[in-house]
Design a protein around this ligand. Sequence first.
Ligand code: 5AD
Ligand code: SF4
Length: 516
Amino acid sequence: MSQSHNRLLFIETVGCQMNVLDSELVVAALREQGYELTDQVGDADTVLFNTCSVREHAEHKIYSQLGRLKYSKRKRPDQVIGVFGCMAQKDQELIFQRAPHVDMVVGTGQLAEIPRLVSEARRDRTRALAVSLDRRGGSRLEVASSFESYDPLRDPTMRPSPFQAFVRIMIGCDKFCTYCVVPTTRGPEQSRPPSQVASEVRMLAGQGVREVTLIGQTVNSYSHVEDGRSWRLADLLELIHDTDGIKRIKFVTNFPRDMDTPLLEAVGDLSKVCRYLHVPAQSGSDAVLERMKRGYTVDEYREMMGRINEIVPGCAVSSDFIVGFCGESDQEFEASVRLVEECRFKNSFIFKYSARSGTKADDRLDDDVPDAVKRERNARLLEVQTAICEEDNALFIGRSVEVLVEGPSKMTLKQQKRQHRGTPHPMPGVELSEESDVDLVSLEPGPVPEDPDPLTGPIQLVGRTDCDRIVVFDGNPRLAGSLASISVEDCTATTLLGRIITRELQHAPVIELPVL
Ligand code: 5AD
Ligand code: SF4
């Protein structure tokens, strides 16, 4: 095999869970054609970037990486470079103008085309642009069908862990919040048929998956008519709940206005559904919410929080906030601080407003909050949230919690990487940027035994409670994928630190190994 066509694929993924899942599917399709992953971009004959447009920073990073590849491509002219995902759909031809050495630009709705386009780019050295229609480029049906849902093959090696998988239940968004590019980059809202979702969950359970996370931009807006019956998310949860092998079910991201009582009742009643809801508030000021066109008031958000606490006691709620949105005054920002204090979110993702071309806010409102003020507000809100996280995590000290063991903690992985240079990364070739909204195993360093033997000795493991709290503890790596009871002894703002008490017996006919 020539050095130039070695079927080594480097793929970098930035952005949300949708992108992580899309990369898994693209890699699975390319593996069918004999591709293998590498984490060395210089070795790869095919380099793909799965991109995000939600904030400018994420785009900058990709453009500067593309810039660097210009020189390596001179040495390696056969390399195929492709850009896919949200930035591809948004910038289209502009990507070729800014990075002429890129061979293909593929939108979020054309991912199934990637294997063919890679082969054609290599064979013909022609450029390919495959994107969906603009939101105003045709009737709703035409635009919607130009965004294909892409959920064919799965690739277990590309998952956050072998026991956890994302399942897409809907694509697109029709909410059109004024700051957001997603309705443009991901197209109209379309829900997948419940029977398809259920069979995908069964298939994943058969592959050893224990926890599924149903994903959609506004996952609780799910709505599908099948066989004359109208299905909402609550019905879908009930449908998949009894799938053999599945122990936990989560869903992200929720839209506050669609958090209806039947859904909360389903979360409260179905034992496998995690008591954890991510419901972005975005702001604590009615005037800002109005300018964002979020479609609810702060009081309505409060009312929703009240219903969550009443129907699902102990449920953890997390949020997103944008600070420094167009015209945000000091008082309006303070209202967000108050909402964080009042709701005591489990955690909040806080973002500085980033003007995005093609959005209503960018067309009609002034991005008039200076960057220094945005930074200050970001730091302040984060400080308030972090203090709440510390206080609420401390309440767990002395209690025992049940976790689904995910595997080695981030710190163990780092240690193992140092000790065994060259051992494969759990997701080889997948570089999740720090900008990523996906919190894989982001942990504070905790105590770990010196020189643990990765095969026999205890190592630092990570798991999550059903309320999504991260817990680290020492244990045998073979516990990954099982439920374990942990006695919590200490904490940081992000992590509970504990000791294992009991663990669930593996059902599979494996030899029982000592835990500690
Ligand atoms: N600027 C800053 N943050 C944004 N988000 C979406 N669009 C923007 C933007 N233009 C944030 C929102 C959303 C999260 C995924 O990203 O808080 O919930
Ligand atoms: Fe963007 Fe609003 Fe849709 Fe979320 S609900 S994806 S913020 S437009």
